[in-house]
Design a protein around this ligand. Structure first.
Ligand SMILES: Nc1ncnc2c1ncn2[C@@H]1O[C@H](COP(=O)(O)OP(=O)(O)OP(=O)(O)O)[C@@H](O)[C@H]1O
Ligand SMILES: [Mg+2]
Length: 350
C-alpha cells in the first residue's frame, strides 16, 4: 500500500483556480514590556497548490512569525491583531485561520492534516521521549481513518521515502538515537505522512550538510509534484530559490515589498531592496549557490520603525516628503507587484 496517492493538479485547481491560502493585511504584534514589536505589519500573499513560494528577507523581517501566524502557533506575548488568512479546503469551503478559535476542532483538523510545517530545529516538533515510529503513527491515526497496522506500514514507508536507511529498525528509535540529519528527515516524514495540501518549511535544511540539504529539497519537490502540494519555503539561500521556486515574495520589516514569479523577480527586480538583495546573485541556471549579501546600513530596531516606507533609511532612492510620509502599497509593475513610490505613477507624475 502506498501512502501517497498521486493527485493530478487539476483535481485541486479545477473547481476554483483560487489560491490555497490568501493572506490579507495580516498583522502580528508582540506586546513586550518595552513596547509593541510589529513583527508582521500588513502582509498580502497568495499561496497556490502545486507551486513553491519562496520567502526571502533578512533576519528579523517577520518570515517565521508570518508562517507561525498561519498555523496559529505564535508564542505569547505575540498575537494576530488584524487581517485574514483564508484557507480554501479541498471541498472549496473557506476558513479564516486568523480568526479560528484556538484549540477548535476546525483548527486542529487543518493543522497537521491540511497544512503541515517543518522547522529548522527538528526537536521543536518531535517529542523527545516517544519513539519516532509512534509519533508518526499517532499523527496518522489522529487524522486518517486507518488501523494501527496500516498506520505503521505507512510510517515505515514514509521513513524509507525520506531516505532513512533501515526504516523498520528506525521506527523503533527515539529521536536522540538519530543523527541531526536523520532527525530532520524523521520530522519531514511526520509532516508529510498525512499528505498535506500545504507544506510550510521554515529553513528546513539550514542546519544540514549540503548533500542532505539537496536530498531533502529534492524530496519536497518530488512530493509537491506527486500530491500537487503547495509549498511555502523560507530560506536564506538564493541558490535554492533559483532552483525550486515558482513564486517569490521579498519581506522587509514585516511587510511584503515585492512579489512575483521567480523569473520576474530574479531577472527584473523592481524594489531597491530586492535589487540590493539580488545584486550579487548568479543568474538562473548559472553558477553556484550564494547566501543573502549584506545590504548597506542596518535593519532599524523593531521598536523604532521608520515612518512611511520602512526601507527608506537604507534606500539610495528615498524621496523626502514622499517615502517618509506614507507606507507604499503593492502595485502591479511588469510581471510583479512592488511596494515602492518609485513605481507609483501618481508620485512619478508629481
Ligand atoms: N517572542 C517575541 N517577543 C518579541 N519579539 C519577537 C518575538 N519573536 C519574534 N519577535 C520579533 O519579531 C520580528 C520577526 O521575527 P521572525 O522570527 O519572524 O524573523 P525571521 O524573518 O524569521 O528572521 P530569521 O531569518 O532570523 O529567522 C523580529 O523583530 C523579532 O525580534
Ligand atoms: Mg525565522
Amino acid at each position: 500500500m502506498t501512502p501517497l496517492t498521486p493527485m493530478p493538479s487539476d483535481a485541486i485547481l479545477k473547481p476554483t483556480h483560487l489560491p490555497l491560502v490568501e493572506i490579507r493585511d495580516l498583522r502580528t504584534h508582540f506586546f513586550t514590556d518595552d513596547g509593541v514589536v510589529k513583527a508582521v505589519e500588513g502582509v498580502d500573499l497568495d499561496v497556490h497548490a502545486n507551486r513553491t513560494l519562496c520567502i526571502l528577507g533578512e533576519s528579523g523581517c517577520g518570515k517565521s512569525i508570518m508562517a507561525r501566524s498561519m498555523l496559529r502557533i505564535v508564542d505569547s506575548p505575540g498575537r494576530i491583531v488584524d487581517g485574514s488568512i483564508t484557507y480554501r479546503a479541498a471541498d472549496g469551503r473557506t476558513v479564516d485561520l486568523a480568526k479560528a478559535r484556538l484549540g477548535s476542532k476546525e483548527l486542529r483538523g487543518i493543522r497537521g492534516q491540511d497544512i503541515a510545517m517543518i522547522f529548522q530545529e527538528p526537536m521543536s516538533s518531535l517529542g523527545p521521549i516517544t519513539k519516532i515510529g509512534k509519533q508518526i503513527t499517532e499523527t496518522l491515526l489522529l487524522h486518517r481513518k486507518i488501523t494501527k497496522a496500516e498506520a505503521k506500514e505507512i510510517a515505515i514507508e514514509m521513513l524509507n521515502k525520506v531516505g532513512i536507511p533501515n526504516p523498520a529498525e528506525r521506527y523503533e528509535a527515539y529521536p536522540f538515537e538519530l543523527s541531526g540529519g536523520m532527525r530532520q528527515r524523521a520530522m519531514i516524514a511526520m509532516a508529510l505522512s498525512c499528505e498535506p495540501r500545504l507544506l510550510i518549511a521554515d529553513e528546513p535544511t539550514t542546519a544540514l550538510d549540503v548533500t542532505t540539504q539537496a536530498q531533502i529539497l529534492d524530496l519536497i519537490a518530488e512530493l509537491k509534484d506527486e500530491l500537487a502540494m503547495g509549498v511555502m519555503l523560507i530560506t536564506h539561500d538564493l541558490g535554492v530559490v533559483a532552483e525550486v521556486a515558482e513564486d517569490v515574495a521579498v519581506m522587509y520589516m514585516g511587510r511584503v515589498v515585492e512579489k512575483g514569479d521567480v523569473y520576474s523577480i530574479f531577472e527584473n527586480p523592481q524594489h531597491p531592496y530586492t535589487q540590493a538583495l539580488l545584486k550579487s546573485v548568479p543568474r538562473i541556471g548559472g553558477e553556484r549557490r550564494r547566501r543573502l549579501p549584506a545590504i548597506r546600513g542596518m535593519v532599524p530596531h523593531p521598536l523604532a520603525r521608520p515612518s512611511g516606507c520602512p526601507f527608506r533609511t537604507r534606500c539610495d532612492h528615498a524621496m523626502a516628503g514622499v517615502c517618509d510620509v506614507e507606507v507604499p502599497e503593492l502595485t502591479e509593475v511588469g510581471g510583479s507587484q512592488v511596494a515602492c513610490f518609485l513605481h507609483d505613477t501618481e508620485v512619478a507624475n508629481g
